[in-house]
Design a protein around this ligand. Structure first.
Ligand code: IPT
Length: 271
């Protein structure tokens, strides 16, 4: 027996760690994992992947790529012979889903920086087509609003370190008084730290930076990165558990919804 995994590009740290976790937890259950990494997330391309999985006799599919509600619901409905589990869909989506709670981690970043005395913020979001990028940004803005901050400046990156590097110059140019940059993932935060070093923003001019993911390398960034930990191994474990239990349900399967916690890890990049 085998599982299918449809994933975002494995060049990014988070999806590759999630895929590794799914693979190792599936192997514990003697399940092989067939991986598909479609270029786009259009209906036709995804349906072709599902047909390919079906031809390989796969009956359980985990989808870790950003999908809008209507598309995820359509795919699940039209492929109800497959147990489909989604990891990156909007909260209101009517499908089986296991995902991280974006609210606690994103809110905790803002609160932590506010308590340190920061009042001028730059926000570096992930790509607009990413569900999790929009959820994190929405939550930062909401929490800032609760603190009465209305002048935060937003830039959008593409999850890569190079976009983090480039967008830092835009943010600092738009408001040189920014004292904290809240970043939607660790890879972009790496680029932000590099740009700030290049801009010689240290000492009294230093800018605090928070990341998101807590990938294994973040502890070794210079300075060690304050970030929101998402436990990718736990996500992989739960995803395999849930998809196999969906596969075991015979008629009219119940939708399963599981929310995993995130937590702020405070290191040296915030002061
Ligand atoms: C999300 C990561 O937080 C982000 O860094 C990026 O890698 C993205 O995936 C790629 O799609 S985690 C995902 C389960 C929402």
């Amino acid at each position: 027996p085998a599982l299918g995994l449809i994933t975002s590009s494995l060049t990014y740290h988070a999806p590759s760690q999630i895929a590794a976790a799914i693979k190792s937890h599936a192997e514990e259950q003697q399940l092989q994992v067939s991986v598909a990494m479609p270029k786009g997330a259009e209906y036709e391309a995804l349906q072709a992947v599902l047909n390919e999985f079906r031809a390989q006799n796969i009956r359980g599919v985990i989808a870790n790529l950003p999908l809008e509600s209507t598309l995820a619901e359509q795919l699940a409905r039209e492929n109800d012979d497959l147990a489909c589990l989604f990891l990156d869909v909007p909260p209101e989506t009517d499908v089986s889903c296991v995902r991280f709670d974006h609210q606690d981690g994103s809110g905790a970043c803002v609160k932590h920086l506010w308590e340190l005395g920061h009042r001028q913020f730059g926000l570096l979001a992930g790509p607009a087509e990413s569900i999790s990028a929009r959820l994190r940004l929405g939550c930062w803005r909401e929490t800032l609003h609760q603190f009465g901050v209305s002048n935060a400046i937003t830039a959008w990156g593409d999850w890569s370190a190079s976009s983090g590097w480039a967008k830092t110059f835009e943010l600092i140019h738009a408001n040189p008084r920014i004292s904290a940059i809240i970043v939607a993932n660790d890879q972009m935060a790496l680029g932000v730290l590099s740009a700030l070093a290049q801009l010689k923003r240290s000492g009294a001019n230093a800018v605090s930076v928070t990341g998101y993911d807590d990938t294994a390398d973040s502890l070794f960034f210079q300075p060690a990165l304050t970030t929101v930990a998402q436990d990718f191994d736990l996500l992989g474990k739960r995803a395999v558990e849930i998809v196999t239990s969906l596969m075991a349900q015979s008629s009219s399967p119940q939708k399963i919804l599981k929310l995993l916690p995130t937590r702020l890890i405070i290191r040296e990049s915030t002061y």
